[in-house]
Design a protein around this ligand. Sequence first.
Ligand code: 3AM
Length: 187
Amino acid sequence: MPCRARFGNCMAEQERQRLFFALWPDEGVRRQLAGYFALLEGCGGRLVAVENLHITLAFLGSVDGGTRQCLEQAADKIVTPPFTLQLDQLGFWRRPQVVWLGAEDTPAPLHALAAAMKRAMVSCDLEPDERPFQAHMTLMRKARRPPIRTSVDTLSWHIEDFALVLSDTRSGGVHYEVLRRWPLISA
Ligand code: 3AM
């Protein structure tokens, strides 16, 4: 049946949402992540709210309901085993002005997951980021200086799922809402 907006039942065709796939920490990991903020005191930027910390797997942009459905169906088919990410490095990207927490070693399942995300995007007619995936958790935005220390105490984060997240910009700042999670599974 064609969509007629005035009948209010055409969500799939009408409403666009700004979405991304992410690794989403639980409360325990978030508490540990907040411990790294003290190392960024001289960087001069704005700390990311603890409840917003995440690792982006793929930024999807502003998508309509049909595309969201397509992406969810593609995510249903992703088979990647759980893995542990050893977060052990602070880094600074000068141009986007972000300070991030990352890992010296990216586990193979994380590379596989990021690659699967790109394939999912292509299968839903979206253009994935051409740059190679670099796992990072943004801790600070609008940073002016790099952190003094780059090698930091390791946080071992065991990852058992990934999430589809809605990004909603409000007057008080950005708000993220986890819409759905998929468990990581071994073949
Ligand atoms: O995880 P990070 O901080 O690297 O910067 C945004 C954030 O990345 C990024 O998507 C993540 C979740 O919001 N992002 C926002 N707008 C973007 C855009 N137009 C974007 N990435 C690429 N293109």
